[in-house]
Design a protein around this ligand. Sequence first.
Ligand code: GLN
Length: 546
Amino acid sequence: MDKLIFVSGGVCSSLGKGVAASSLGALLEARGLSVRMVKCDPYINVDAGTMSPYQHGEVYVTDDGAETDLDLGNYARFTKSPLSQANSVTTGQVYQAVIRKEREGRFLGRCVQVIPHITDEIKSRIQGIAKEDPDVDVVIVEIGGTVGDIESIPFLEAARQIIHESGKSNALSVHLTLIPEVAGGELKTKPTQHSVKAMQEMGIQPDILICRAPVMLDEPTRKKIALFTNVEFNSVFTSYNVDTTIYEIPLIFHDQKLDQVVLQKMGVESRHANLDSWRFMMEKFHSRQGKVRIAIVGKYMELHDSYKSVYEALFHAGMENGVEVELVKVDSSRLEEGPGPEKALGAEAEGGPVHGVLVPGGFGQRGINGMVRAAGWARTTKTPYFGICLGMQIMVIDWGRQVLGWEDADSSEFAEDTKHPVISLLEEQENVKDYGGTMRLGASKTVAEEGTRILAAYGTDLIWERHRHRYEFSNRYREEMAGAGLKLAAFTPDGDLVECVEWPDHPWGVGVQFHPEFKSKPTKASPLFRDFIAAAKGRMLSPGAL
Ligand code: GLN
């Protein structure tokens, strides 16, 4: 029988539930088990695709084109779990499915209710993941939100029913809480006691507690927590603040025997834990030398989660190149006036000049001209530049404006009536009216041309990466753009769409229409991020060499 582990959170949000669930997944994989990860999100949006990055952080895209919660990115970075639409369950999806069935008359005259109809829909989605593949050993289900929230009640109720029906050893509850520190440095367990009580009121007795605390909890504190919560002493763990990297957390949990206790509780025979790849990664982390300064020029700068996978991929690429990546976050609207880029990125910049510029994905007009100026600056100063999705479109706009002399070159997303729409709506998008789930989404094939940086990065001309966009390099400008030297470096297999552009006579200027950040891992950085940081490292080591 497949095992299920429900990971819930208490006290407050942002405790790192996604990282804790992912770390547990990594540890069980290290023990030779086949793990699947699922996120339940209590919001009513059908998916995260229509939410602003400021509301929700980045939208993580899967191969099959699902626009999901950023926790799926954590699962992808920590585990081997395949991820698709099925791994992201939202209240919106659940209600949409139940209401559709009701309209089809599938409930045979019954009154449709939260229990059992909504909970049955949740249960069938969770259990469906395990049934889909006979090789699955464990499904880890992270329940979004905090216990006590009205929104998450149906998900916790579904978990309670599954735990009750499958028996203790087949379905575990892991609960993450906060141990705050009050004045005088004293650690407080009361919020954890209350949080576990709230779980018990829902009919769920947590089997394992992971306590988020500033430091490792001592034995008396863990004993006290165990006493008040009916959780065994050996099942109270600490997720203490790390000043290294979140990728050390699997090792930290392993040292406390989290994986051993989980296996015991599930009645799975203990197997050797092979954590070599995690240890090797930490060695690389500690042997980094020097700091590469990378400017991220975008519009959602205040919230780190908005570009989560991009920042993680830069970190991975730093480890692979033996350097620390210092993020210089630049709000592009600041670069629109006056000396702009030179001041924020060049020799006069606070902290010194940056060694690379990255323009990430984005939507809407605000700050676009600042990004175009940043790209122009990187091009003319021969600073390595990496454009992702919008960042590639920005390269094309800059080329149109500065090299071809078309001052009004733009994307029709931002200037509908421009005479030079060098970026324009994808043909397939012309009659699309709905916003949700209607972009060009998910993985598709890209073919790289000979003698390009993209080919050198991937080492193959057949590239599979994920997309999320409506606009595209406008084919009617191919000849003029390429005639002026812009390298059209990769295409869709039918040759219809330009997927990558590169600057000529430049150390490393590459823009891609897809999002390579989604497939980067701490143990294996995305090839384009790796090569971008390698180029930036070259710039750091010999700043004068242009
Ligand atoms: N707004 C642009 C488009 O829709 C870029 C999208 C993106 O960067 N993900 O094509």
